[in-house]
Design a protein around this ligand. Structure first.
Ligand code: AKB
Length: 317
């Protein structure tokens, strides 16, 4: 049985991925790595957790040794808008901490999962059907850290044979833990406001098309990639993966069908709009489909229906 450490385990993806991994591999085999925010509820009660600041190599080393970890899902990272407001911290967390995790993985022969993002692309990348292997000149600090992370993971595989694997995630939509400071967060906020107030003011402008994915698919993608036959992986790190691509008006129309009377207007946030404008409209994820069988379940209508059902229960409305 695998022995897993999840860093960033109280974050948007980490909180749900830790639980999915505990369900699959056993509660005691999955350690929730936390930094400043302590876990609560099921995440805290269902299995071990440890305070591990990934910028401190000894902290990571101690947890890996204590639990005999063989696989690290390294999710501790700053999202795009936060990174743009604090580029030095973004480099420290998104790159320097990753190097430390990779060094520990090299020493203890751990496999490492690291998420990249659509943010690894830039304005000169082909925006439609963005190929797996293409031009990457991001203009955000977030993007610079994500490209660096992709290259570092490739390097540790080729040079030291560390089993590194990764995905370029699109915006992730979930009703469990809200995202913190991303450019795609509007596609989560819209549901909270639609259910509570039947009104939402969107911070990206009409026509801003971006790739998105519902959380169950994002969790399956990470776990299935880590379970994939290594002999079939040519790319290893930074697979394009997407499940849907839409602009704000398309999700508005879908939400309206389920919550009659819902309205949306726009107040554009210049920072997040400029970040979104530098990202692709829609990635080609056929390489992930070929190499390890990537196949999302949720499209826009299915995601909206499930979000509204689950969030209404969560908000007790
Ligand atoms: C963000 O908006 O920063 C993230 C991402 C697409 O990487 N959700």
């Amino acid at each position: 049985m695998k022995r897993i450490l999840v860093t960033g385990s109280v974050g948007q993806i980490g909180s749900e991925l830790t639980m999915a991994l505990r369900n699959k591999y056993g509660n005691d085999n999955v350690v929730a790595g936390v930094n400043k925010t302590m876990p609560t509820g099921e995440l805290k009660d269902s299995g071990p957790f440890e305070i591990v600041n990934c910028t401190e190599i000894e902290a990571v080393n101690n947890v890996v040794k204590k639990y005999e970890i063989d696989t690290i899902y390294h999710l501790a990272a700053l999202l795009s808008a936060v990174a743009e407001n604090n580029p030095r911290l973004a480099w420290e967390v998104n790159v320097n901490a990753l190097v430390k995790v990779l060094e520990i993985a090299r020493e203890h022969r751990c496999a490492v999962f690291t998420p990249s993002s659509i943010g690894a692309f830039g304005p000169t990348t082909p925006p439609d059907n963005t190929p797996q292997d293409t031009l990457q000149r991001p203009t955000t600090m977030y993007g610079v850290t994500k490209v660096s992370g992709e290259l570092l993971c490739d390097y540790y595989y080729y040079k030291f044979r560390v089993d590194t694997r990764g995905l370029r995630y699109p915006g992730i939509i979930s009703y469990v833990t809200p995202p913190g400071g991303g450019t795609t967060d509007y596609a989560v906020h819209i549901f909270y406001e639609a259910i509570k107030n039947k009104q939402y003011t969107c911070f990206l402008k009409e026509g801003t098309k971006l790739d998105m994915m519902y959380m169950p698919d994002a969790l399956d993608a990470a776990i299935n990639l880590m379970e994939a036959d290594p002999g079939k992986l040519i790319h290893r790190n930074a697979f394009n993966v997407t499940a849907m691509s839409f602009a704000p008006e398309a999700i508005e129309a879908e939400v309206k069908k389920l919550i009659p009377g819902f309205t949306m207007d726009y107040r554009v946030d210049p920072l997040r709009q400029s970040i979104a404008d530098s990202w692709p409209n829609h990635m080609d994820d056929s390489v992930a489909r070929q190499e390890w069988g990537w196949q999302p379940v949720y499209d826009l209508p299915a995601m909206c229906a499930d979000m509204i059902e689950k969030l209404t229960i969560k908000l007790k409305l």
